[in-house]
Design a protein around this ligand. Structure first.
Ligand code: ASP
Length: 437
């Protein structure tokens, strides 16, 4: 009986089984073609009973941002046990964060050079509407405003940076309590950790559900964008892709090449071993899924198991350099397309901060970075709200996410391996004969 199972559920089951990111890409193509046909026929707006499918999608995305940040950051921060971190762990974490910050900067640089944007209609209205809403530019205010005076208000107002700050503080305290000598503290903190872990798992399930719906939402949103603007905007997506991939390549050469050189690790040997996890990550679009091959590469490179058994799973959770580059390029694309201007220095500083911290909460699974992009936009006070041009531009990015995700995941994994080797070398956890000159 079980052998006949595939017939059960029919088309719906087949839809669910088909790879989500390709479905979204198909949604993009269908929406674009339909939109172009409408534009050619002189129809520039969809009837409300169709456009509601796009609205539902943007509302669903907004719905999960805050619980997602809270759950994943609390779990991310409290997963690092202070007792086992030690000097090696601290160095790895610092290197992970610094390389991610470099990633965002390279992404923003690519954005400024390529200026990827679609000439979207309604831009002036959107710009006027957003005037005064953009990110705070006074750096001292930005810094002091990171600390919430009321956590509940931060949650209700969706003040992203404050929520990130509190979640990290909460998670770090939890990590200390989990290894307390007092049995009661250990027990209750274990329970709290389980609750947040469960919240994160629930949110991941919700995200998976939303992603199943995404192809429909994306198709409708894209259709609206193309109906209003015509086919000419498609070229912008090619520019976004080129800007991202060039950013990924520059990061490999400058940041990883530089680190490997500084730590005197043979680049040729390193690249030879890093090839398998790199390709696996490119194909699977999941840092977590690539972990076994990344670990095997670290082993072949002579890194002590003690180091890589800790640093690589941690890297797959908190180190996302490729995602950081993608955030920089895409934030630029969204702002330029929707407000007809580039990013201000204040916004760029904010994006560096947000995207670096967001990488801690970005799960190493396909498409997670795209959800974090919505969070970054919320963080610079330009939320992706329903019925706005921004929602349409965001759907355009989502449509090509499968392609962008391949490159960024490969880079994420490459970064984990580079930082691991460098810190292992520095702390004498690398077998001399393996890769050292
Ligand atoms: N897919 C990426 C990873 O697994 C995360 C992302 O979507 O940016 O590393």
């Amino acid at each position: 009986m079980a052998s006949n199972a595939p017939k059960k559920g029919g088309i719906f089951q087949a839809y669910l089984n088909f790879n989500v990111l390709y479905k979204i890409l198909i949604g993009l193509v269908i929406g674009a073609v339909a939109g172009i046909i409408l534009a050619v026929s002189g129809i520039t707006a969809l009837p409300p009973w169709i456009s509601i499918f796009g609205t539902i999608f943007t509302r669903l995305l907004k719905m999960i941002i805050i619980p997602m940040i809270v759950g994943s950051l609390v779990v991310g921060a409290s997963s690092v046990s202070p007792a086992t971190v030690g000097k090696v762990g601290i160095r790895i974490i610092v290197m992970y964060l610094i390389t991610s910050a470099f990633g965002v900067i390279i992404g923003l640089l690519m954005g400024n050079i390529f200026q990827p944007h679609a000439e979207l209609a309604q831009v002036t209205e959107m710009a006027a509407e957003a005037a005064g809403k953009t990110a705070e530019t006074n750096v001292w205010d930005v810094i002091s405003n990171i600390i919430p005076t009321s956590v509940l208000t931060s949650l209700v107002n969706e003040t992203v940076l404050q929520v990130i700050f509190f979640s990290l503080v909460f998670g770090l305290c939890l990590s200390y309590m989990k290894v307390s000598e007092d049995e009661r503290i250990r027990r209750i903190s274990g329970t709290v950790f389980d609750i947040f872990d469960c919240l994160t798992e629930i949110m991941m399930k919700v995200v998976r559900g939303i992603m199943q719906y995404a192809p429909i939402g994306v198709a409708v949103l894209i259709c609206e964008v193309f109906a209003k603007n015509g086919a000419k905007i498609a070229g912008a997506l090619v520019t976004v892709t080129i800007a991202c991939f060039l950013g990924y390549a520059i990061h490999v050469v400058l940041v990883y090449g530089g680190l490997l050189k500084i730590y005197k690790i043979k680049i040729g040997t390193f690249f030879k071993e890093a090839r398998t996890p790199f390709i696996t990550a490119f194909v699977t679009r999941s840092s977590n899924g690539t972990l076994p091959t990344t670990m095997a590469a670290a082993e072949n490179l002579g890194v002590d198991k003690e180091v890589y058994a800790f640093s690589l799973p941690l890297g797959a959770t908190i180190n996302m350099d490729g995602t950081a580059i993608y955030q920089g390029v895409c934030a630029f694309f969204l702002v330029m397309s929707c407000f007809g201007r580039g990013l201000t220095f204040g916004e760029m500083g904010m994006i560096v901060l947000l995207a670096t911290l967001a990488s801690i909460g970005t799960a190493g699974v396909p498409g997670a970075g795209a959800i974090m992009l919505a969070m970054v936009m919320q963080g610079i006070n330009l939320p992706i709200a329903e019925g706005t041009v921004l929602a349409g531009a965001y759907a355009m990015i989502l449509g090509i996410d499968a392609i962008l995700d391949m490159g960024r995941t490969a880079l994420n994994v490459f970064g984990d391996l580079t930082c691991t080797c460098c810190v292992a070398k520095r702390m004498n956890y690398l077998q001399e004969d393996a890769v050292i000159k």
